[in-house]
Design a binder for this molecule. Structure first.
Ligand code: CP
Length: 292
């Protein structure tokens, strides 16, 4: 694996290898990297989890991390993404994590620049490292993905998390259902009634309403949305005994999920964030080892 921009880059065998390496890192294994690599994290869209978790992963792997601040970079003077990456290539960067608002931004880079590209999220397109940490969290919980029933609920059509998970979870044998209001269905086949899927689900994965990706004037009512598509305390009581709640974050309390459920016994939301560090260590190591 030279880059990771989409879950489609990974075979089922490669996904399982990443999960197993993440588990070893979580159990205390050290990096097997033999060279002194340098990375940078280029975030052109806001991020807390992905950016900080990549930085933690890079430091745990003893890599050099050069700070890159999009808001103070020469992209503001009109320098293109390609030219900016060529600058970082010239000064010796080995790998880049990039988050960008433009879908498929990486098409201008792959095969044309030397640093490895790891996609930290492209517009509404892909978020492969989030998908891998989600898969790892489910695998840790149930020991398999085979026949696990996963309901992904929310603003599906604008969600790169839903898109990345739809592909990968299905290939791993999970049964994936989508639930959302008809206007946010995108290309997905979705159920518009949340109550129909609750008692059959092993995992309920809630998604944020992505107002920043909606066009036009919003007529959105938080209370109405919460009532129809939110995970309320009443809905949580109807979940299977061993079913879990997930959310990629950031979450909006009392919109897509009741505030009381964020840290309830079923919630794996903060576990997902913890797992993200080990998954990202495994991905970075796999990519950089490919260069040795
Ligand atoms: N889940 C996720 O991508 O969160 P951030 O936007 O905070 O990175």
């Amino acid at each position: 694996m030279k880059n990771l921009v989409s879950m489609k880059d990974l075979s089922v065998e490669q996904i399982m290898a990443i999960l197993k390496q993440a588990q070893l890192f979580q159990e205390g294994a050290s990096s097997q990297l033999e060279q002194n690599y340098t990375m940078a994290n280029m975030f052109f869209e806001p991020s807390t989890r992905t950016k900080m978790s990549f930085e933690m992963a890079e430091r745990k792997l003893n890599l050099n991390v050069l700070p890159f601040e999009a808001g103070f970079s020469s992209t503001l003077k009109g320098e293109t993404l390609y030219d900016t990456v060529k600058v970082l290539e010239s000064i010796g960067i080995d790998a880049l994590v990039i988050r960008h608002e433009q879908n498929n931004y990486f098409e201008s880079l792959i095969g044309k620049v030397k640093p490895a590209i790891i996609n930290g999220g492209d517009g509404t397109g892909n978020h492969p490292t989030q998908s891998l940490l989600d898969i790892y969290t489910i695998w840790q919980e149930f020991g398999t993905l085979e026949n696990i029933v996963i309901s992904i609920v929310g603003d599906i059509g604008h969600s790169r998390v839903a898109r990345s998970n739809a592909d990968a979870l299905t290939r791993l044998g999970a049964k994936v259902h989508f639930v959302c209001p008809p206007k946010w269905q995108g290309e997905f086949e979705a159920n518009n009634d949340f109550d129909e899927v609750i008692d059959a689900s092993d995992v309920i994965m809630m998604l944020r309403v992505q107002h920043e990706r909606h066009d036009g004037v919003s007529t959105f009512s938080k209370a109405e949305y919460h009532n129809a598509f939110g995970l309320t305390e009443e809905r949580e009581k109807r979940m299977k005994d061993n079913a879990i709640i997930m959310h990629p974050g950031p979450f909006n309390r009392d919109v897509e999920i009741a505030s009381e459920l964020i840290e309830c016994d079923r919630s794996r939301i903060f576990k997902q964030m913890e797992n993200g560090v080990y998954i990202r260590m495994a991905i970075i190591e796999m990519i950089l080892k490919g260069r040795e």
